[in-house]
Write a protein that binds this ligand. Sequence first.
Ligand SMILES: C[S@@+](CC[C@H](N)C(=O)[O-])C[C@H]1O[C@@H](n2cnc3c(N)ncnc32)[C@H](O)[C@@H]1O
Length: 286
Amino acid sequence: MNVIEALRWASSFLTEKNREPNAGEWLLGDVLDMRRSELLSSFERSLTSDEESRFVDYVQRHAEGIPVQYITGKEEFYGRTFKVTPEVLIPRPETEELVLAVLERMRKLFPEKEALRVVDIGTGSGIIAITLKLERSELSVTGVDIAEQSLVVARQNGESLNADVRWMQGDLLQPFLHTGERFDVIVSNPPYIPEADIETLDTVVKDHEPIRALVGGQDGYQFYKQMIDQLPEVVANRALIAFEIGYNQGDMVASLLNERFGTSIETEVLTDINKNERIVIGTIGS
Ligand SMILES: C[S@@+](CC[C@H](N)C(=O)[O-])C[C@H]1O[C@@H](n2cnc3c(N)ncnc32)[C@H](O)[C@@H]1O
């Protein structure tokens, strides 16, 4: 089998199984350690029998519904490659927009390059915490997750990408309550899908990604409500709060922040590249 034959076989096999036909390109790229563009210019290259059997195994596993990223064990985020396992949410491009918004707002609110204290709640594979640290090395970044299994992956990503982040296991902002520790930037992409909506998700997501990374209680707002309740005890006098949200959760999350902080906060809802509500920003002391 050569590259073009392998891709044609994968495309028709995956189509038959109602999966994304182009997934074969990512899987073959991983087997041959080639970027997609390289792969598409190497159509005549023959696969060794070992490469061929690995590729067939990968395609069959994806046909059974296992996400490509859990098969290859990695995903790109903000131009870097992160390790992912079934213990963590697969990084989404929408979350790159959250990171971008945080970096932009940070520049406005804190024009001096300071060692700002940043916390990422529900860090998962560590993508947000690590990317912020690598983009602004002077930041002092902490990543928190309830699940030690996620933190194992986050730590490995921190080490392989050389990002010095403090990792803590804990329930939302609980580890910092009654400690006096305060943060200048609080960022979170918490689980936000309402319990009843889980059934509507694609099986590739709901049967394979961790439920604790997806479901935000009955109404989807459980984690925003808890964090916003805890926030006054951990935010600095001047602070930036940034939450990723579901496509229709902007007004509710912004009004939870407004109720909690009154006139001392300014909130805005940002839409993503697909024009869905995606981010709520709260600025305190601007
Ligand atoms: C939607 S995922 C986000 C993961 C990662 N930040 C990202 O953007 O890809 C939510 C994360 O919150 C974690 N989590 C769930 N409940 C939590 C809690 N009570 N306290 C801290 N983390 C929690 C989950 O383990 C999961 O890693």
